[in-house]
Ligand binder design. Structure first.
Ligand SMILES: Nc1ncnc2c1ncn2[C@@H]1O[C@H](COP(=O)(O)OP(=O)(O)O)[C@@H](O)[C@H]1O
Ligand SMILES: [Mg+2]
Length: 423
């Protein structure tokens, strides 16, 4: 069964030279690391910061590999608890034995601790920095939170640049030719544009499309990309939709929204009861939305794009004119609860951890990597391509609960294939 590597793992930089377009950061970081190895660091910790998917963690891993250092790592979900940081601090403070390999202590994504729940974590990290005998490296997207100030002051700050669209396109092209897949230049540019410099999400999108369809075209990119954990709120689109006076306004609201059709559907789904209170209106709106869903499913199965206008018709005017009389309503739009609930509950975190545990050994990578890099990719596959998802699930021995978690609204379909293939 399918056990192909996620490209995000397969193509991660092996050497410092493979980390593209971060020359200044690389230079500063390597100088600092070498000063540590000579025993005279200017600061005992370094804080690498910059947008997601621009090479921070990759640089640490590549530099460690080149210097023969072991990476002792922790990510945000682990250092919410003070005891865990103290455990790492103990390892870090221990004098290395003569034959042991040197280490880098990596606290990945420390901005995850800036919430109130993590009082004590900052102190524990400062203590770790004071007592460590090994270089301590932290990464963050946003290092400017007030809570992190003491950590900033104790660290060498190393900024990373957002990758440009050009950088992203070049990286994607390289992967396309290594994988021998047909990639339309325009499609790659579109992926790059949507990634906003986040190469991790760009590579995940590329693979999700290539593996699902065997080629990468602009049309497929438009259809499939953007389901990411990012909290993009198509507030404008929702407001325009629910307050449309004319059919064309409702249609434009959905066809011009800056998210893919399925994400838009989740948002609309979530807001029908917020916006309508009359049961009949609610019923009619859901009816229209589920028709849109049926059409979209048919398009995906058959590739028959001529049905797309019907999807817009149902999602837009179908939902907007479910109301009996026009009245302008202002509502504070929430982000979709289904997405939030999935991300927040304890059980959900356990499942995520379980998936990481199941995949890490065969992907030859850490559980942290699986959580940050592989799971977002799997979510795309599981939500878009049930057959392929079912094969992956069997290949990696995932449970039905894990499948449900990964596939969300698509779970039933994936499970059908899963049970069929399993026989
Ligand atoms: N500057 C870069 N050079 C080469 N590959 C990169 C770069 N930035 C990101 N990537 C790719 O994206 C993936 C995620 O990068 P990572 O270093 O984990 O990002 P982050 O900055 O969020 O830590 C890597 O596995 C790699 O494939
Ligand atoms: Mg990272």
């Amino acid at each position: 069964m399918t056990r192909r590597l996620p490209w995000i793992i397969k193509y991660r930089p092996k050497r410092v030279a493979d980390v593209i377009n971060q020359e200044q950061a690389k230079k500063t970081f390597l100088q600092w690391l070498e000063s540590w190895l000579k025993g005279k660091p200017s600061k005992k910790a370094a804080l690498l910061y910059g947008p997601a998917g621009c090479g921070k963690t990759s640089l640490v891993e590549a530099a460690a590999r080149e210097h023969g250092l072991e990476v002792v790592e922790m990510n945000a979900s682990d250092f919410r608890r003070k005891q865990d940081i103290e455990r790492i601090a103990k390892v870090a403070a221990t004098q290395r034995s003569l034959f042991a390999r040197g280490k880098i202590i990596l606290l990945d994504e420390v901005d995850g601790i800036s919430g109130m729940a993590d009082r004590g974590a900052v102190d524990a990290i400062l203590h770790l920095i004071e007592t460590t005998r090994y270089p301590v490296v932290m990464t963050a997207n946003n290092p400017w939170d007030q809570k992190l100030r003491p950590i900033r002051e104790a660290s060498l700050l190393i900024p990373f640049k957002r990758l440009t669209e050009r950088d992203v396109v070049i990286a994607l092209k390289r992967i396309c030719s290594a994988e021998k897949i047909e990639c339309d230049e325009k499609a790659l540019r579109e992926i790059a544009r949507r990634s906003e410099g986040d190469l991790r999400s760009a590579i995940n999108d590329l693979q999700a499309i290539a593996e699902g369809y065997g080629k990468v075209t602009l049309e497929l990119v438009r259809m499939l990309s953007t389901y990411r954990n990012r909290q993009y709120a198509p507030f404008e689109a929702l407001k325009n939709l629910f307050n449309a006076k004319y059919i064309f306004q409702a249609k434009n609201a959905v066809s011009q929204a800056d998210v893919d059709y399925e994400t838009m559907m989740i948002w609309i789904n979530e807001h029908i009861p917020t916006y309508y209170d009359d049961p009949e209106e609610i019923w009619r709106a859901y009816e229209a939305l589920s028709r849109a869903d049926v059409y979209l499913g048919r398009i995906k199965r058959t590739g028959n794009w001529s049905l797309l206008p019907y999807v817009f018709e149902m999602m837009g005017p179908g939902v907007a004119f479910a109301r009996k009389i026009y009245r302008y309503k202002w509502k504070a739009f929430r982000s979709p609860q289904r997405l939030q609930l999935l991300a927040q509950t304890k059980r959900s975190r356990e499942i995520r951890e379980g998936i990481a545990r199941a995949l890490a050994p065969s992907l030859l990578t850490s559980r942290r990597r699986v959580k940050t890099d592989v799971i977002p990719y799997l979510k795309i596959i599981f939500e878009k391509n049930p057959k392929y998802a079912a094969k992956i699930a069997i290949g990696y021995g995932l449970t039905e609960e894990m499948i449900r978690w990964l596939a969300g609204p698509n779970a039933r379909q994936v499970l059908q294939y899963y049970r069929k293939y399993k026989k």
